[in-house]
Design a protein around this ligand. Structure first.
Ligand SMILES: Nc1ncnc2c1ncn2[C@@H]1O[C@H](COP(=O)(O)OP(=O)(O)OP(=O)(O)O)[C@@H](O)[C@H]1O
Length: 401
């Protein structure tokens, strides 16, 4: 009898434990369901934002503050931010006339790096969903292109924040997706491509090739696989240092070359085996100001001609896209040829047009704003994922489809 009671008690304890376990399991399922629904709402929001972004080149305009030299020289501000919240910007041209411009966003000198990146983040994340993306900063020297893209150690810019966000989102999605992220850092100077991550002597000329599936790449360029944000910082620093090594005057040199960070993403959907390959370009362009022909000669003249040529080529590509021309002249410069997959077609493009507030820079400011206005009119093609079908076929074969 006593033995029977003990057995009964054991069975009750076992039943209680199993009951608790299934309750826990139920609770876990409920938590997962909530998490799943939250994730789906987030994805839908992102999808809507990306859909909204399709169909044109988005243009964000950012104006830096007047600098110390300008203040002590008594320069005045020609930019009117009264309607900046609505994407409108006024430029007080000569006399009392005012010229108005409209962009997707307008940032005043008071807006910080966090404000700027918040608006770019949905486009950045879409690279994890298989879209090609290009974000570039355009403008006169000294207007803050490098500040927006690279930032400073204490005030990091779009490049670092992009990778930080990509790691964060890929971690959140680790139940359903696996991601491989690698990074290349290139510089285009005088129409020559330089690999800023290459170590040792690099006498080899780097050229752009088209792969069989149509995408463009530079054979031989270092693609550094990055697993976490610490590694990213090291890679970005290595690129930045290499840029400095190649020149006597870093700032001078940086205004005369295009610095291009390429982030390659290979994604695998763990549920259906679908694989995508996509690329995100983050580009700090050379200064867009036109130098008077009489002011420059020798090496400086060659630099200026190459910058003019490549920025004109960028303008021509944008115009051809706007005109829905059957031929888009990507190959007229190294810059546009490199960006080919991420400019036009089914890619998403974001341009930061950087301006100075100073009356001394009025001419260059108007020229940059006109360039950006033309770019904003460009309609791109339908949104399509860069599905890597070879990987999909491999996975399907493995699971016996
Ligand atoms: N929004 C901003 N807020 C505060 N300082 C800024 C801002 N934008 C630019 N600056 C400062 O202005 C100076 C010039 O900026 P930066 O070097 O980024 O210009 P740039 O357009 O990249 O020039 P370059 O073409 O010569 O490379 C830097 O000292 C930078 O810190």
């Amino acid at each position: 009898m006593r033995e029977g009671t003990e057995k009964l008690e054991d069975r009750l304890r076992l039943g209680e434990r199993q009951g608790l376990e299934s309750l826990c399991h139920f609770k876990q399922c409920e938590d997962l369901k909530v998490k799943y629904n939250e994730e789906m709402i987030k994805r839908k929001k992102l999808f809507n934002e990306v859909q909204e972004a399709k169909g044109n080149i988005r243009v964000f305009c950012r104006c830096r503050p007047l600098n110390k030299a300008e203040i002590s020289a008594g320069c005045s501000t020609v930019v009117d931010f009264d309607a900046a919240k609505d994407g409108c910007l006024g430029i007080l041209a000569t006399g009392s006339s005012k010229k108005s411009f409209r962009f997707d966003r307008v940032y005043t000198p008071k807006d910080d790096q966090v404000d700027v990146f918040a608006d770019a983040s949905s486009m950045v994340i879409s690279v994890l969903d298989g879209y090609n993306v290009c974000i570039f900063a355009y403008g006169q020297t000294g207007t803050g292109k490098t500040f927006t893209m690279e930032g400073t150690e204490l005030n990091r810019g779009v490049n670092y924040r992009t990778l930080e966000l990509l790691f964060e989102v890929s971690k959140q999605r680790s139940d359903t997706f696996s991601y491989d992220i690698s990074v290349s850092v290139l510089e285009v100077y005088n129409e020559q491509i330089r690999d800023l991550l290459a170590t040792g002597p690099t006498s080899k000329r780097l050229e752009i090739k088209q792969a069989s599936e149509g995408s463009h790449h530079v054979p031989g360029v270092v693609e550094a696989k990055v697993e976490n944000i610490k590694e990213v910082w090291d890679v970005l620093q290595a690129g930045s240092n290499a840029r400095a090594v190649g020149s006597n005057n870093v700032n001078e040199h940086s205004s005369r070359s295009h610095c291009m960070l390429s982030i390659m993403v290979k994604a695998k959907n763990l549920l259906n085996g679908e694989c995508t390959k996509s690329k995100l370009w983050l580009v700090d362009l050379a200064g867009s100001e036109r130098l008077a022909k009489t002011d420059v000669q020798g090496e400086r003249l060659k630099e200026a001609q190459n910058i003019n040529r490549s920025l004109s080529a960028l303008g021509d590509v944008i115009s051809a896209l706007a005109a829905k021309s059957s031929h888009i002249p990507y190959r007229n410069s190294k810059l546009t040829h490199l960006l080919q997959d991420s400019l036009g077609g089914d890619a998403k493009t974001l341009m930061f047009v950087q301006i100075s507030p100073s009356d001394q820079d009025l001419g260059e400011t108007l020229s940059s704003l006109n360039f950006a206005t033309r770019a904003r009119g460009v309609e791109l093609g339908p949104v399509k994922k860069q599905v890597d079908t070879s990987e999909l076929q491999k996975t399907k074969a493995m699971v016996g489809f």
